[in-house]
Design a protein around this ligand. Structure first.
Ligand code: CP
Length: 301
């Protein structure tokens, strides 16, 4: 079997994206209780904090009948100077069959893929890629609109430091969506599709807010929270300008009253907690792909 790493959205074809989203849909409907026929040993190696990605992978793994090992960097031999490669090779040697890895270094996986013989599922690399977040975002959009072609999406905020933005921009272009990047112009890397949010708010189908990645900034942000919300965030006034069928997304964790007015987090247009629910189905789908399983009965779209 070809090694089914999941590293970047760029590496997936449209057909592969469709297949993962279809499996995620089946996991959310008729195959909610389906499990792998064999127990597989999987380990989750998170070198950066995480709630959603780490624990929704863990939930997906338990639901699929996997044996789960959770790596703790603070009590591991990383503290004695062990490299990422040697840590990963160790997990392969002790019998793990797939690894989920989040690491602060962009494209940390480049040093690993040719030398590791078990699937690596990227749980986020620095400001580079976050493919499972992108897939769960796509699942949420597809559930809402049925298709991607021609949908208009504004991605708002800290584009430069956001792996969620990079993965989504890669995928949206492939899928025929029209993307705008909004927010502070200096965080949009001179992207040609930059627009002030107020220019596009009335025409977009999806508003995708981003967390300000303070931990990746070299300088402290000079604006107050209230100033950021007023200039770039989702205020009640902006929400009222959105199309009736438009939706609001955020990968979370969100900063209340910074990227979004706290009262709007659970607004009827918000799909923020739906995204988290879909994260479990998508992660089940990418684990199924990694282990090469088919559902017991073939279902066609
Ligand atoms: N969206 C996301 O990646 O959240 P966590 O950092 O909590 O995993």
């Amino acid at each position: 079997m070809k090694n089914k790493h999941l590293l970047t959205m760029d590496a997936l074809t449209v057909a592969e994206i469709d297949a993962i989203l279809f499996d995620a849909h089946l996991f959310s409907t008729i195959y909610k209780d389906w499990q792998f026929p064999d127990n597989h040993r999987v380990a989750n190696l998170f070198f950066e904090p995480s709630t959603r990605t780490q624990y929704s992978f863990e939930s997906a793994q338990h639901q699929l009948n996997c044996k789960v090992t959770t790596f703790n960097e603070q009590t591991s031999s990383v503290q004695k100077g062990e490299t990422l490669y040697d840590t990963v090779k160790t997990f392969e040697a002790i019998g793990m069959e797939a690894l989920v890895i989040r690491h602060p270094e962009n494209e940390y996986f480049k040093h690993l893929v040719d030398k590791i013989n078990i699937p690596i599922l990227n749980g986020g690399d620095g400001s580079g890629n976050h493919p499972t977040q992108c897939l769960l975002d796509l699942m949420t959009i597809k559930e809402e609109f049925g298709d991607f072609t021609g949908l208009k999406v504004a991605i708002v905020g800290d584009i430069q430091h956001s792996r969620v933005a990079s993965s989504n921009l890669q995928a949206m272009e492939k899928l025929g969506m029209i993307s705008y990047v909004c927010g502070p112009k200096e965080w949009s890397k001179n992207l040609t599709n930059y627009h002030p949010l107020d220019e596009v708010i009335e025409e977009i189908d999806v508003l995708m807010l981003l967390r300000i990645q303070h931990e990746r900034h070299e300088a402290t942000m000079q604006m107050t929270k209230a100033e950021y919300l007023s200039a770039y965030g989702l205020t009640k006034e902006r929400m009222n300008k959105m199309k009736p069928e438009a939706i609001v997304m955020h990968p979370a964790p969100f900063n209340r009253d910074v990227e979004i007015d706290s009262d709007l987090v659970e607004h009827p247009k918000s799909r923020i907690f739906k995204q988290m629910e879909n994260g479990v189905y998508v992660r089940k789908a990418v684990l199924k792909r990694a282990f090469g399983y088919e559902f017991p009965t073939e279902i066609t779209k």
